[in-house]
Write a protein that binds this ligand. Sequence first.
Ligand code: GRF
Length: 195
Amino acid sequence: MKRIAIFASGSGSNFQAIVDACQEGLLDAEPALLICDKPGAYAIERAERAGIPAVAFVPREYPNKAAYENAVLQQLQVHRIDFIVLAGYMRLIGPTLLSAYKGRIVNIHPSLLPAFPGLDAIGQALEYGVKVTGITIHFVDEGMDTGPIIAQVPIEVAAGDTRESLQKKIHDIEHIFYPKTLHQLFSIKGEKITR
Ligand code: GRF
C-alpha cells in the first residue's frame, strides 16, 4: 500500500476527505504524513485529531527554496513516503522535490485547466463570467498548474452563484473525486496513467 504525504497550507478539507476515504477503505493508501507550510493552519489540527504525524515548516526561515525543500525531503524519507498529494498547498514545487518524486506528485486545482491557473481560480472564473468551471487533478511539473491532466469534472456556474456558493460546490466535488482519482491512479499497475 502506498504511503502518501499530503501537503496543505490552509483548512485542509481535502486532506480530511482523503484521510476519511482511506479509513473507509475507499482509497487504498496510508496517509502517513501532513506537510504544512503555515504553522497555524487548521489542517494541522485535523491531522492531530486523526493521529497522523504533521510537520509544520516556516519556509522563510530557510536561506532558499532548495534548503526548505531539502528539509521537507528529509521528513518524507523519515516517514518512507512513496507519493505526494498536494491539497491546497500554496507554493510551487521546486527542483529538489520534483527530482526526488518524479511522476509521483499530484495536485488538485479548482478550475478546468488550462483555464484560470494560479491564485484565486474561483474568483477568476466568476470575474470572467464562465457558465461552466470545475476541478482538475493533474501531475505536478515545474510550472504553475501545468502538468499532465489525470481527471477533470465540470461544475455549472449558476446565475446567482457567489464566491461562497461556488466554492462549496467545488469543495463538495473535490472531496469525492480526489480520493476516487487517487484510488484509480494507485490501482494502475506501474502507475502509468495517461502520461
Ligand atoms: C481546494 O479548492 C483546492 O482545489 C485548491 O485549494 C483548495 C484547498 O482547500 N488547490 P482545502 O484546504 O482542502 O479546504
